[in-house]
Design a protein around this ligand. Structure first.
Ligand code: ATP
Ligand code: MG
Length: 699
């Protein structure tokens, strides 16, 4: 058993605004806040507080998260706060459970089976509509059908609705509608339901059967929805059916992280929550607890260029400073992947756990190059959205073996749970505690089993009396919820799949125009959604952030790609080597780092020491400092420092003054490009420094 925390101890881990939201345990609550400001943390603590203070029974609270992994993490975090029994599920998992429960009473007989091959079913439906679609048309057809279902639009209304929404389907809207119609008929004839049907059928059961609604509402009294900016009309309908006019609903989201509009999701429900519930407690959070000021500055820069109608957002970093984000340009994609894999290797060798590193891309097809580069570099990895953990053969075998061993287990076994598990895995699957050499399939298999072994260790810590049987129960619950234990490897995943998550080091790769934004993003709204994807990507990093692109797809290519337009103005051009590399016009000559002044602006060498980076050149390289300006800056600094009662370096260090005197910034953009001049220094001293630069000439 875990020890329950007192309600006060639970709230003590939050800041005042977060606490205000967490302690509002009844009535409507809305948290509108940027990435990393603690929304998920707040709702987890709110749930724990509601239970610990006795306001809500754990079984009466239903928390909805965006992915099974997020749901699992929430349960784990709640357990750490001493709370068990709160339901944390995705909309789909919650609906499936409810439907299985109510179906016998509402309809009778077994509930419909879940379609396991939607693609195949859509292909059949297309054939019925006399089409012969290729893979990409099929994929687009499927998106259209999913969009229609998510936005509560039936086949007959599809053509008009698609025109209104500016959908760009693979066929004439009337043709898509006929495929949609045929798809529905096929499902019905075969007793199948897809994910959307699960939600619709559950909402229908609650809307139309008073007995079902009454039973459901007497059980569930309080609801929480994370990532509410990406709720679809269909999900909202289910949520309304759950609520049945009640108001104990807490929603949290960030309109700037809306990245599923193409599936029919809309931030309007979040933004208009207050209109729907005028008495709602509304909380806004701006402190970013996740990322360093350097990462936060870049995130603010990305979102400042958004042309959306959402309120402006400016995150305020809370963590100590870290390294500048690193911008890397490569000749071709294999070179980019190789460089990323080498950096991963360095980070791991320097002590960053592999599970604290992520490589994120725009489209899943980009994973293959990174998989092979990481394998070559001997770096373990896992692909999010790849083979599901509990479906892997070695995991299935291990669970069977553990179940068998659990049945035969002697309750007074002298071995600790992790050792028991290691024994079972060793004798049944030849697993060893030490990893095998190299990467590849053998290593993957080892990693899966190691994850089960670690899980046994975690369980033993959380409940010291747990044995094999409890472990098997935990595994069954996790398998049902697809909550995989964390595998020790670098995460490869799409930007879409990364939402809500965080890592110490993040690589955003393939950042070329055409991939981000994707070529298909051909409306201003679609381009804005792509920009938000970059914002989501940047804000996943706690400390180290690498942004890279390749000028050609393959080695020897024409090199005519350009970095994502969303990076325009965000990486400092002053760091471009001013020497041989650019003078020869050799834009593609070498991989270049474009993070702050990482390269000496005099000789082009890579700068490693902090002082050199601040100067933007090697300490020994010839300088071109404006001495009159430097002297003026120094006497200004000493006056200012005296006035503030602070030491001079608190105003600016010598290195910063030297950099100003060398670079003579003429405007705010040039001034902030100098390391050591962040937002607060800019606010305090920016105008005075620019005036000094303007009034002092180096003639
Ligand atoms: P996203 O928009 O990306 O989903 P979020 O707003 O849900 O982000 P969380 O994931 O809850 O943010 O929090 C981000 C990180 O900051 C987490 O590691 C969390 O533990 C930490 N954090 C949040 N609030 C606090 C706090 N008051 N004190 C210390 N750490 C905090
Ligand atoms: Mg979150």
């Amino acid at each position: 058993m875990t020890t329950a925390l007192s309600p006060d101890a639970i709230l003590a881990a939050l800041d005042p605004e977060q606490r205000a939201a967490a302690s509002a345990v009844s009535g409507p609550v809305c948290i509108l806040a940027g990435a990393g400001t603690g929304k998920t943390r707040t709702i987890t603590h709110r749930a724990a507080y509601a239970v610990a203070s006795g306001a809500v029974q754990p079984g009466a609270l239903l928390a909805v998260t965006f992915t099974a992994r997020a749901a699992g993490e929430m349960r784990t975090r709640l357990r750490a706060l001493g709370v068990a029994g709160v339901q944390a599920r995705t909309f789909h998992a919650a609906a499936m459970r409810q439907l299985n429960y109510f179906w016998p009473r509402v309809v009778g007989g077994p509930p419909p089976r879940l379609v396991d091959n939607t693609f195949g079913l859509v292909a059949n439906a297309a054939t019925r509509a006399r089409l012969r679609p290729g893979t990409s048309e099929l994929r687009d057809l499927l998106s259209e059908l999913e969009w229609a279902a998510s936005t509560l639009i039936g086949p007959e209304d599809y053509p008009a609705a698609a025109a209104r929404a500016g959908r760009d389907g693979p066929y004439d809207p009337a043709v898509v509608a006929s495929v949609y119609e045929a798809y529905g008929q096929l499902k019905q004839a075969q007793g199948l339901a897809d994910f959307s049907d699960l939600l619709l059928l559950t909402a229908g059961a609650l809307e139309e059967h008073a007995g079902v609604a009454e039973e459901f509402r007497s059980r569930y009294r309080s609801f929480v929805v994370d990532e509410y900016q990406d709720v679809t009309p269909l999900q909202q309908r289910l949520l309304d059916a759950w609520l049945g006019g009640r108001e104990d609903l807490c929603v949290v989201g960030d309109a700037h992280q809306t990245i599923y509009s193409f599936t029919g999701a809309s931030p309007d429900y979040l933004l208009e929550f207050r209109r729907r519930f005028p008495a709602a407690t509304e909380v806004r959070l701006v402190r970013d607890y996740r990322s360093t000021p350097q990462v936060v500055a870049l995130a603010n820069g990305v979102i400042a260029q958004a042309t959306s109608r959402h309120a402006r957002l400016e995150l305020v970093a809370q963590r100590p400073p870290g390294p500048d984000p690193v911008f890397l340009e490569h000749d071709d994609e294999p070179a980019e992947a190789k460089a990323v894999a080498a950096r991963c290797r360095q980070l791991i060798d320097a002590g960053t756990p592999a599970s604290e590193i992520a490589v994120l891309y725009r489209v899943n097809a980009q994973s293959a190059g990174y998989e092979s580069a990481l394998t070559d570099a001997g770096v373990p990895y896992l692909v999010r959205g790849g083979a599901r953990f509990f479906d892997r053969e070695e995991v299935r075998s291990a669970v069977l073996l553990l179940r068998g061993a659990g049945r035969a287990a002697d309750d007074d076994a002298p071995l600790a749970l992790p050792d028991l598990v290691a024994d079972v895995l060793r004798s049944g699957l030849a697993w060893t505690v030490e990893p095998p050499a190299g990467a590849g399939a053998t290593r993957d298999r080892w990693e899966s089993l190691a994850a089960l072994h670690r899980l046994a260790g975690d369980l033993a810590v959380a409940s010291p009396t747990a044995g094999l049987r409890e472990l098997v129960v935990e595994l069954e619950e996790r398998a049902a919820a697809q909550h995989a234990p964390s595998v020790e490897g670098v995460t490869l995943g799409s930007l879409h799949a990364a939402k809500g998550l965080e890592w110490d080091a993040v690589f955003l790769v393939g950042l070329v125009d055409g991939t981000l934004p994707l070529v298909h993003a051909d409306t201003p709204a679609a381009v804005e959604e792509e920009r938000r994807l970059l914002y989501v990507g940047v804000t996943r990093a706690r400390t180290a952030l690498y942004l890279s692109w390749a000028l050609s797809r393959s080695p020897g290519g024409r090199g005519n790609r350009r970095p994502s337009r969303f990076l325009d103005g965000l990486h400092s051009a002053s760091s471009k080597p001013s020497g041989a590399a650019s003078a020869g016009g050799a834009a593609r000559s070498a991989r270049r780092e474009r993070s702050g002044p990482v390269l000496c602006r005099v000789c082009g060498a890579s700068l490693t020491s902090a002082v050199d980076r601040k100067l933007g050149r090697c300490a020994g390289c010839p300088v071109d400092r404006d001495e009159a300006l430097f002297d003026a800056l120094r006497s200004w600094r000493s006056d200012r420092a005296k006035g503030l009662g602070q030491p001079a370096f608190c105003v600016f260090t010598d290195a910063t003054l030297t950099a100003i005197a060398e670079q003579r910034p003429q405007d705010v953009a040039a001034l902030v490009a100098i390391p050591g001049i962040g937002q607060s220094k800019l606010d305090k001293f920016g105008d005075e420094v620019l005036d000094l630069v303007g009034s002092t000439s180096d003639a």
